[in-house]
Ligand binder design. Sequence first.
Ligand code: IPE
Length: 257
Amino acid sequence: MILIKFGGSVITDKSKYHTFNAEYVKNMCNEIRESGKKIIIVHGAGSFGHILAKKNNLDEGYSCPTQIPAVAQVCYDVRELNSMVVKELNNAGIPAVSVPTGSCFMMKNKKLIMKDVSVLKSLYNCGIMPVMFGDVVMDEKLRFGICSGDQIIEKLTKIFNPSRVIFVSDVDGLYDDDPQNNPNARLIKELSRSTFDKVSTDITVTDVTGGIREKIETMFRICSDSCDCVLVNGTVKGRLLSLLNGEKVMCTTIRRD
Ligand code: IPE
């Protein structure tokens, strides 16, 4: 099976609160269906989560009562986003149901801990895709915290033992310099630890879960004890399908150690 993270940068416009990129989501769901592969999707929050979470410092846990309505609002917003993603999956012919992150996981000082994941396995064994998402999750130490889709993916690799993990984003992969400012910037096709230590990864948009640097660190961790990880652009129609079909596509791969 393959685990795929739909990044918030592709399923939403990360700079505009509550903006869903319906077209990209629809295309990716159709491509996943067409590939015929066994897949579980986790998605990020994009502008349905990061903007309000940052404004209210939710990533640092509880500090004042005014955060509480913001927690509820972010939970509401990311569930709305999740409903739209799940709807597109079902429309594409993939039976999928929402599984709120807090029903399987808790946090302890920002670290995600597994509670009861039996529902995930049961759904999957039934031929139904459980769809989890970046969310506000209760934290045993900080009362609440922000759980990213990447953290969920990392946990799911331990449960489902995937052959590959794909992170879908709005960029072609990781470049050796910022392609917006440097026309000679080159896409890194296979990323090693030593190359990564040399490249700069500036965060340009509101992101409370660490941006591209933290994502790549997660990919390295997954590669060290599970499988290859790929970063691919989901805004280009057909690219995800080509990747799933084993064709050569523009992307950045980190190979299993
Ligand atoms: C963030 O999840 C969750 C919240 C802000 C509530 P992610 O970190 O996985 O979201 P994206 O993919 O970066 O948008």
